[in-house]
Design a binder for this molecule. Structure first.
Ligand code: NIG
Ligand code: FE
Length: 391
């Protein structure tokens, strides 16, 4: 057993209202003691118990490590040309996914894994200590299963997204593709995954197809989450609530009935907002204020993928959410940590409380507010993951 004390923390976000002030459970002049991979003690610096090792935070802020509950990191190639065209006026369309499918199918296992690890390292340097990632750029039984196998070697939060778009091989037979996704492909993928997801959108899968896919996934032991209401109004959000999905992701185009449904389901289905996608596709921002005021539970995540949102940076997403989605800095910090944990139905991460996993980020700033106040500045200067200093 090794204990490490982080002392002289100027401002500590615990996300436990019982430990400090407000919903973030804020503590000033605090200390945290880590024992192996867990938090052992949290409180005023003056009362910190002795530890084997000490780290002096010198008045800086400490927050829970970010929980990035939505990313697509098993892919090859990039889509610079598509981004360039979009920035000169072309609209985003789900059809671009086919470019990445072709590159991913052509890549070796080693290439896919190296690319995944490169993006994970990049995210970790920016404070992410838990991430979810999906398949969805293979769209054959073999390619989807290998994507999930590669992902599962690096995270326990793995999502089967065979239903990203209808495979180009089934362009003339979408019903046949749904049969594959709910049959042979699901059987091959389920052993590697915890979640099942579907892109419920015009040009991808309609409400009936999405229901069939999520229901089959649930029957195979996977928990649903849904790409919902990203590019247009549609049935995704209400389907997610009806099927008790862990999250409805994107939530950009919402009717009052969608917002009401998410508010009613606040204890079950999290509304996960992905501002990197709206930034990079020049789309309208999701209205976080409307969701929070209605009572929904909101998470923030990167959606990191080579098409619609090629950022791995949770601090960047926080800055966008505060500037453009009417979130306060406190709400955005909560959504990027505790909110992500809720979206992954995890109680061991997203908070700095005794017994929780020792996942922490140290900021070169006096408080978490600087993440939005100083956008684009690399403020994350220390990261502990499961108690080990990884940055
Ligand atoms: O979440 N919406 C669907 N899937 C991704 C985009 C994937 C891509 O463009 O490659 C998303 O934005
Ligand atoms: Fe996505």
């Amino acid at each position: 057993m090794t204990t490490t004390a982080i002392t002289h923390i100027g401002s500590l976000v615990t996300n436990d209202p019982a430990l400090g002030e407000g919903p973030l459970g804020l503590l000033q002049d605090a200390a945290v003691v880590i024992e192996d991979d867990k938090i052992a003690w949290v409180g005023p610096a003056a009362k910190a118990p002795a530890a084997d090792e000490a780290y002096d935070a010198a008045g800086r802020a400490v927050i829970p490590g970010f929980v990035d509950s939505h990313s697509h990191l098993v892919f090859a190639g990039d889509r610079t040309a598509e981004f360039n065209a979009r920035m000169s006026g072309r609209a985003y369309s789900a059809g671009g996914i086919r470019t990445t499918v072709a590159a991913t199918r052509a890549a070796s296992d080693a290439e896919l894994e190296a690319n995944l690890v490169r993006h994970l390292d990049e995210a970790r340097r920016q404070g992410t200590t838990t991430f979810e990632t999906k398949s969805g750029y293979g769209l054959t039984t073999i390619d989807e299963a290998r994507a999930l196998r590669i992902a599962a070697a690096h995270t326990e939060e793995v999502t089967y997204l065979g239903a990203h778009i209808v495979s180009p091989d089934y362009a003339e037979d979408p019903a046949g593709y749904v049969e594959l996704v709910t049959g042979e492909m699901l059987a091959a993928c389920a052993p590697y995954a915890r979640w099942v997801d579907v892109f419920c959108e015009k040009g991808a899968f309609d409400g009936d197809q999405a229901r069939a896919i999520l229901t089959a996934g649930a029957a195979a032991g996977l928990i649903p989450r849904v790409h919902a209401n990203q590019l247009s109004y549609g049935p995704g959000v209400r389907l997610a609530v009806e099927l008790e999905a862990a999250s409805a992701d994107h939530c950009t185009h919402l009717t009052d009935a969608d917002v009401d449904a998410l508010a009613q389901a606040a204890g079950t289905t999290v509304a996960t907002l992905l501002p990197g996608a709206e930034f990079s596709t020049r789309a309208q921002w999701p209205d976080a204020r409307r969701l929070i005021d209605a009572g929904a539970t909101v998470a923030l995540s990167t959606d990191c993928n080579p098409g619609s949102s090629y950022t791995s940076s949770m601090p960047f997403c926080i800055a966008l959410a505060v500037r453009d989605m009417r979130m306060t800095p406190d709400e955005a910090l909560w959504a990027a940590t505790a909110g992500g944990a809720r979206a992954l139905r995890r109680t061991d991460i997203g908070a700095v409380t005794p017994g929780a996993r020792a996942d922490l980020a140290l900021l070169d700033a006096p408080s978490h507010v600087h993440l939005a106040y100083r956008p684009g500045v690399p403020l994350v200067s220390g990261v502990w993951q499961r108690g080990a200093r990884v940055r």
